[in-house]
Design a protein around this ligand. Structure first.
Ligand code: FAD
Length: 338
């Protein structure tokens, strides 16, 4: 394998029921940074059934080219079908880098491909860069938390191609849409080996309970062990309501059964980047910080003035959240009424 044959930065444009997932736009944003450093192009891989009309959307959000694989076999995500299609397009097009969202689909597809392609994969990355290697040649570096989040490991796959990484939703930033942007749309026809389709989708049952996605919130009022219980979270909800925000949580309150895992911020929860993140009764463990430190403005309320959360806060309030949060809620309500 000649490494030089492998060119351009590709992203897997994940769609579900024909809806392009936010993480695909975020990957396009990062892919543009990487491609610029390398002087190469950004290519989106769009797989599904009846999804060809979504290609222009990806071009407007940052792709120079979209490769569309539009086949009935790809209507729902199934490992073998998607792996076969992705493997063939990668073998033919030879990408330098391929990025996937660290979603349930990306976490299933990327390792399978990595094994088939005999190429490295760095999972759950929080940072991707192009930097000179020890010989001064530009290379692709992926950074991810390691050893329970206690240190950040920067990993490079120097010999194999493509270099692949998964990135959690909410970590990278989307680009501004450029309406009417011109790009190339290419069709790719894979040859499926149906004898290997051992899994069949019989039925899809959706969780009827509507769980709001905290990674899209502009304002998050987040509670930790200092909130104590569900009653305490009602105070946070009151503040979130007047501010037009959502409530999220540290893992401590998820483990305590007070909050659902869907609302957990951090290394084993969601990565969020709201304009305002208000941490109430959260100590600021490294695993929590990993999920929120890129927020626009961070306010921390904690009764311990030495709590590590204050090291990332733009504004710190030392005191009892059970008094401060209701006071703040009333004050903001009054200001808004004016
Ligand atoms: C592999 C691994 C993955 C993990 N993943 C995550 C993750 O995704 N997300 C996550 O959050 N954690 C995660 N953790 C757990 C993490 O290490 C911490 O244990 C957790 O974040 C602590 O939650 P907390 O800050 O709510 O609780 P604590 O650390 O107990 O802090 C409570 C804080 O509340 C303050 N407080 C108490 N009463 C009040 C009051 N009345 N008013 C104001 N302040 C008050 C205290 O001073 C204290 O600072 C992970 C751990 C491991 C090992």
């Amino acid at each position: 394998m000649e490494k030089q044959e492998y060119q351009n930065v590709y992203i897997f444009a994940e769609q579900r029921e024909g809806v392009i997932q936010n993480v695909a736009y975020e990957l396009l944003g990062k892919a543009n940074d990487l491609a610029k450093e390398l002087g190469q192009h950004v290519v989106a891989l769009l797989l599904g059934d009846g999804i060809a009309d979504k290609a222009q959307d990806l071009i407007e959000m940052g792709a120079d080219e979209v490769i569309v694989i539009d086949r009935p076999e790809l209507r729902d995500y199934l490992t073998e079908q998607y792996t076969q299609a992705m493997y063939q397009v990668i073998m033919e097009r030879k990408p330098r880098i391929v990025l996937y969202g660290a979603t349930t689909i990306g976490r299933d597809l990327a390792p399978r491909l990595s094994c088939k392609l005999k190429s490295g994969l760095v999972a759950d990355c929080t940072k991707l860069t192009i930097e000179p290697d020890k010989d001064g040649n530009l290379d692709f570096f992926s950074t991810r938390p390691a050893f329970g989040g206690n240190l950040m490991a920067t990993i490079v796959c120097p010999t194999s191609r493509p270099q692949m990484s998964t990135v959690r939703p909410g970590v990278m930033q989307k680009m501004q849409r450029v309406p009417g942007k011109q790009g190339v749309i290419t069709r790719f026809e894979p040859h499926f080996d149906a004898s290997k389709f051992h899994v069949r989708l019989v039925e899809t049952k959706k969780n009827q309970e509507k769980v709001a996605d905290i990674s899209n919130a502009k304002i998050l009022i987040s509670g930790g062990r200092g909130v104590h219980d569900a009653e305490g979270f009602k105070k946070l909800q009151g503040l979130a309501d007047v501010m037009g925000g959502m409530v999220s949580s540290s893992r401590a309150m998820v483990d305590a059964g007070v909050m659902d895992h869907a609302y957990q911020v951090g290394q084993t929860g969601k990565t969020v980047r709201p304009n305002l993140y208000m941490a109430c009764g959260i100590s600021g463990a490294i695993q929590h910080l990993a999920g929120m430190e890129e927020s626009g403005y961070i306010v921390a309320i904690n009764k311990d003035k030495f709590a590590p959360i204050f090291s990332v806060a733009d504004l710190g309030i030392v005191g009892d959240l059970h008094k401060i949060v209701p006071m703040l809620t009333e004050r903001i309500k009054k200001e808004l009424e004016k």
